[in-house]
Design a protein. Structure first.
Length: 244
């Protein structure tokens, strides 16, 4: 029994925390995944290495226009709320919560378990500013395998997804594709987009459902593929070309 008196708290704290770590996954299931720190360093390192090895087997091998180091950013005005671990009462009371990863986590290649962007609930969206205007051809979405998931499940993975091309003023959106991310297939899944013969400076990814987690949906990485468009010419230049 854990007796939290002022005199005995220090003595029993370590024992009680070990008991809590054992009990929490049973009570919360997959919801504890992104908020807890109940894995020791050696086990965490093993999970990370396994995840990286699995990811390397399904490397897309295409240029990625949604890479943070290449200049891609998140349009926060068009992006959903990040899940707050503090809203989970067990995490709040037991101090097992941590600051959730920001949306631009999905623009970086680190796909270590729990290093994902958790959006609030089962539905949401993210808008990515591309470093250039791009004729979009495909989009890749990545989660992790169940075998390396700290919770032992992948219920937080996105399921039904829609992709839109967005113009620079965010006034016009064009549907480029709708698809299903299948957790029974590869961790990285690439989906072709409709050819609209137009270039876009932003792309919107809408998650319409996930695989069962009611609290949050985790996106590990989004890659955007295509060909950079030629620089826009002025109206006069275009008119000159038309008259020639």
């Amino acid at each position: 029994m854990c007796v939290f008196t002022v005199q005995k708290m220090a003595v029993h704290k370590k024992r009680c925390l070990k008991f809590v770590v054992f009990l929490l996954p049973v009570v919360l299931g997959s919801d504890i995944g992104i908020c807890s720190r109940n894995k020791d360093a050696e086990e965490r390192q093993g999970l990370n290495q396994a995840a990286l090895e699995l990811a390397s087997e399904t490397y897309v091998g295409r240029p990625d226009w949604a890479l943070k180091t290449s200049g891609a950013t998140i349009d926060m005005q068009g992006t959903s709320k990040t899940y707050d671990c503090k809203e989970n009462w067990v995490s709040r009371v037991l101090w097992f919560f941590r600051t959730p990863s920001p949306p631009d986590t999905i623009l970086q290649p680190d796909i270590s378990p729990e290093n994902c962007w958790p959006l609030q609930g089962q539905q949401g969206q993210v808008v990515i500013r591309l470093p250039a205007r791009v004729h979009l051809t495909a989009v890749s979405v990545q989660h992790i395998y169940k075998e390396v998931s700290p919770s032992g499940t992948v219920t937080s993975a996105p399921r039904d997804i829609a992709v839109f091309g967005v113009n620079a003023d965010r006034e016009e959106e064009t549907l480029l594709g709708m698809f299903v991310y299948n957790v029974e297939k590869e961790a990285i899944q690439t989906f072709p987009l409709k050819d609209t013969h137009r270039a876009f400076s932003r792309i919107k990814l809408i998650v319409k459902s996930n695989w069962g987690n009611a609290a949050y949906t985790c996106i590990y990485r989004v890659q955007v593929h295509g060909k950079m468009a030629e620089p826009e010419t002025s109206t006069e230049t275009r008119q000159d070309k038309e008259h020639k």
